[in-house]
Design a protein around this ligand. Structure first.
Ligand code: ZN
Length: 293
């Protein structure tokens, strides 16, 4: 019996696969082999995830990050050793500031207000904001195509930059499962950060095409946010969208604004992208002129 906590909801999806959902919006995955386990992403780190993992398995656990955004990486605080694609170590360090941590602590408090107001006293948002990953992380850099043998199960690294420059996915070809981070999801994908954090659309399109080539080895896609699992139809929709559809229709996109940033939102079939015009202009190769109502 696995108990959920103030922040974490745990679900067993299969004998070798658990999903842990933190604060109702970010998923990470525990995958069990015979010799070791892999945790894909570590969440916001609002609580120490280790007791939950220990209630599931005694195997040694290796933490692999799909990318360095704080909602996936702050939880690596509790591990020390972390495997990721090199450019996203910069992403992690860029977000490793008190200011960014205060923002995330605010999200944690909001979540508790809605879901478990009594737990607010147990969550020390000041202590959370004072933490630093720089002092505790030992990064290990992944390579595209690298294989991790968990004992009776192999995970393969697929380099898929776009949402960030060092984004990766992990593929279990035997179970036909793809762990897609924030590059394929039933949730808005952010492309409105500065250009050192989000890559160009053309880079993302190449990544989706790369995944399309692996189609015969993929049935279920487990992403970092939103409904799970999803299917290859999502990948088809991204490819269609950036192979002509967005070029035709971007002027109809509506503006949005969040505390994280502002820009426009493009929705097509299952595609949901929040982007800046800088990103769009670079993709289109010309200036974007809009007349907002
Ligand atoms: Zn995310």
């Amino acid at each position: 019996m696995i108990n959920s906590t103030d922040f974490f909801k745990v679900q067993k999806l299969d004998d070798d696969l658990y999903v842990i959902t933190e604060a109702g919006f970010v998923h990470f995955y525990l995958i069990l082999g015979q010799k070791k386990a892999v945790l894909i992403d570590a969440g916001c780190g609002f609580e120490d995830i280790r007791p939950i993992i220990r209630s599931i398995t005694d195997l040694p656990v290796m933490l692999i990050l799909t990318h360095g955004d704080p909602d996936h990486s702050y939880g690596s605080q509790y591990f020390g050793d972390v495997w990721l694609y090199q450019p996203d170590y910069g992403q992690i360090m860029g977000f490793d500031t008190k200011h960014e941590r205060q923002f995330m602590a605010g999200l944690g408090v909001n979540f508790l207000k809605e879901n478990n107001p009594k737990a607010i006293e147990r969550f020390d948002s000041n202590a959370f904001a004072e933490k630093s990953l720089l002092r505790v992380l030992t990064p290990h850099f992944l390579k595209d195509g690298e294989l991790f043998d968990l004992g009776g199960k192999t995970l393969e690294v697929i380099f898929t930059p776009g949402h960030s420059y060092g984004h990766i996915m992990l593929l279990d070809r035997v179970k036909k499962r793809l762990f897609s981070g924030d590059m394929i999801c039933d949730f808005p994908i952010i492309f409105f950060f500065e250009s050192d954090r989000n890559g160009p659309f053309s880079m993302a399109l190449d990544s989706w095409k790369k995944i399309k080539q692996l189609e015969k080895d993929i049935n279920d896609i487990y992403s970092g946010h939103g409904q799970i699992p999803i299917t290859m139809d999502y990948v088809d929709a991204y490819i269609e969208c950036f192979s002509g559809e967005i070029q035709q229709n971007y002027l109809k996109d509506k503006p949005f604004s969040t505390p994280l940033g502002r820009g426009y939102q493009h929705i097509y079939k299952t595609v949901n992208i929040q982007y800046s015009d800088k990103r769009l202009e670079e993709f289109l190769g010309h200036k974007v002129e809009r007349v907002d109502l």
